[in-house]
Design a binder for this molecule. Sequence first.
Ligand code: NAD
Length: 321
Amino acid sequence: MYIVPEREIAGLMTRDAAFDAVEKVFAAMASGDAYNFPVVREAIGHEDALYGFKGGFDRAGLTLGLKAGGYWPNNLEKRGIINHQSTVFLFDPDTGKAKAMVGGNLLTALRTAAASSVSIKHLAREDAKVIGMIGAGHQATFQLRAALEQRQFEKVLGWNLHPEMLPNLEKVAAEAGLPFEAVELDGMVEADVIISITSSFDAILGAGQVSPGTHIACMGTDTKGKQEVDPQLLVKADVFTDEVAQSISIGEAQHAVGQGLIQEDDVAQLGAVINGTNPGRTSDNQITLFDGTGVGLQDLAVAASVVDLAIQQGIAIEVDF
Ligand code: NAD
């Protein structure tokens, strides 16, 4: 089997490779070729850690495996390492033998950014010029960098509960040669694309703060109880997701569905748009909303891609197992 350590991922994985891997696996999920296994997530009663597994099988890409990991809140303070820790394990679907073990920390950020980026490619208006960011933490910078590659954006707007973090976004905008403006939430009406990526448990963005024709990617809500936007926004929007079962239980749609404002059938898979079986955006006035909940198959897809690159470049460590 091969080992690709975390320290090698940054030098190997490109945003393009992550985008391609995620776009393909979303398409495979919608066509029934790939499916995610039920997620396990446990408070283990040690170090306040949350640990779990996200796995799946992609029959089209022949990718089988799981991401194991979670959140250790004391890591940074006690040990100087990041709080989110994960590792991806891939298996040979023909034999069940272990195939690869891959550092999953950077890959998680890249696959999450790729998901919103795929949604922008397929759902945002072609003439989108202004992108608005809600959230300015670790993931937000990856999100913004990937999103800026999808349209000819001319300006970045940013709002964050903790305004002292906004320079994180300003720096990414400056790298791309774009002006950055810190705004109040009402200022988001100027945005053609909005990404939310926060740890919020209450709605931040109101339905009246989004203009017709906008595409929104809600990326922060990945657990029961979390929330980033007013459920009325999901009533006004055409709602798409990575996986419907997750969207209505742990994603942004949990609130609108739970309150009976929309039904499960109102949430469509982004993969169906990629495959051409769902028309996606059909008018310039439509609001589209992507509920990105994060699925195991995304992790497996980017990990398989990085293993291929590591083997090609002679970086993968081969062990007899
Ligand atoms: P981070 O700690 O670096 O940043 C957290 C962000 O949320 C900051 O912008 C912070 O100001 C904001 N925030 C914190 N508490 C808030 C509150 N009560 N109300 C509004 N904003 C608040 O975290 P990160 O690594 O950038 O992750 C952000 C979120 O993305 C997390 O909730 C994480 O679980 C989620 N996430 C989702 C996926 C996915 O696939 N959908 C993948 C990875 C992370």
